[in-house]
Design a protein around this ligand. Sequence first.
Ligand code: FAD
Length: 549
Amino acid sequence: MQSSNAARAAQTVTRVPGSGSEEMERVAEQTLTRYTFDGVPQRKGKGVAIVWFRNDLRILDNEVLFKAWASSEAVLPVYCVDPRLFGTTHYFGFPKTGALRAQFLIECLIDLKKSLMKRGLNLLIQHGKPEQILPSLAKAYSVHTVYAQKETCSEELNVERLVSKNLQKVILSSAEGVSTKSNSTNSARLELIWGCSMYHIDDLPFSCMSLPDVYTQFRKSVESKSVIRSCIKVPASLGPAPDVKDWECVPEISSLGLQQEKVSKGMAFVGGESAALSRVHEYFWKKDLLRTYKVTRNGMLGPDYSTKFSPWLASGSLSPRFIYHEVKRYEKQREANDSTYWVLFELIWRDYFKFLSIKQGNSLFHAGGPRKVKTNWSQDQALFDAWRDGHTGYPLIDANMKELMTTGFMSNRGRQIVCSFLVRDMGIDWRMGAEWFETCLLDYDPCSNYGNWTYGAGVGNDPREDRYFSIPKQAQNYDPDGEFVAYWLPQLRALPKEKRHFPGMSYIKPIVALKFGNTKPVSNRTTAPGNRRSATEEKWMSRKGNRFQ
Ligand code: FAD
């Protein structure tokens, strides 16, 4: 009986958030109503403005949308399905966007379109490169300004540059007629607006180029010297929209060159702002989980140990400022404690990686990272494949990698462990791991992903973040009964709890030895190629502190 219950539990898919679509819509409407303009709003602009939606797929606290509305008589909201997002990753040619994230994006677009329609607009969906689509729309609709959220990494910056350049070539007709001067100032323009972080870039106590190299210094500075702005309120009606013949449907996944994948086990995230606002409501107010976040946040199994806000934050369907103000509301109405503060502490990490990406530029993506560390990484395909597919022989690694592949999510604890295993125990080039995460993660964001990977690989800007995660120790601390590994590797459930992490002959043989353990590898290699301890690591191991986790 017990084992059939366990088998049933192992097949369960948990929706995040847990509410049904009616409840999600209700929560979203109630939340948006709190952030809607009261009184007669002032709209002083002229002509048509485009909102080019990028990673800001929301209505609440969207300054891009607000500015476009305020500066025009009609707003044209546009999303470009850029083929480059469905190409391959930079070095190793993995799919740039996996099917699960593509599906999440589709759901975000469906929800956004619906929300805009409720407010008298719509979402024009176009397939192609923004630098070609936006200028041609600007011409067709006499658009004076394209408003968009500012991004920070090179691929996105390149698109911004091209859009801006091509818009300058669009000469607008004035009320009196078409301007013929090519050097006329009467051309369409791109206005980029900051909107992805909790602290506004203009409110930092330093320029991004002089950002502190140590997170704690950054955090203490912003906490003492900067103030988090209020959320931008939404006008009740955003219309009228320009006269568009065909607004186009949200794409099917097959038109993105991908095959639909259904989550068969674990967490299934629902895309879109309505789901995002419902998850905040569920985690803070309905389940009261914010009260205990600091104690539970290192868990690995189920939806409730941490907020799970990251997929919506990455797509911009959730504003970090909104989370901040909800935390403050919770602290006033229920309780302020270490846990309520800790969610903000983590969001400051997210901000830090955003701002760091400006300072570090492309070094974030280079093997040596921002510190230009020279390491002899291996790119052994067989070892990498075993890691990627969850066949390393270490249940803690394999279970986490299976969760990533099946759901597009992995806990923060899991990410740190599998990253450390890949780079330190296997000696594999960290960029292979980072690019595989780029493919799979629902919450993929270049700043947080590559920022965390450079730290994990010991090439980040702060050498003190260089850590080895010991599998036996992590298993003992964070999955002592082997529940997490037995969930993802059901063949281990029959074993006694204390054997699930090191099942011996009952499981695949370990593919490499642990660097600081006594497990024998399957081949006659004693360590993975490129896995010799570097001078830095020797130094690091000999220092005191918490680097051996
Ligand atoms: P919670 O614990 O509830 O934290 C709340 C929020 O704080 C998160 O949603 C996230 O926005 C932010 N946050 C928490 N920890 C971090 C962190 N270490 N770095 C940056 N922000 C953080 N996060 C991403 O959003 N996108 C990524 O591509 C990404 N790649 C990662 C790769 C590696 C190797 C590692 C170790 C971490 C990565 N993270 C990434 C950070 C972190 O693992 C996730 O943000 C977190 O697990 C998301 O779950 P949650 O929303 O429940 O987090």
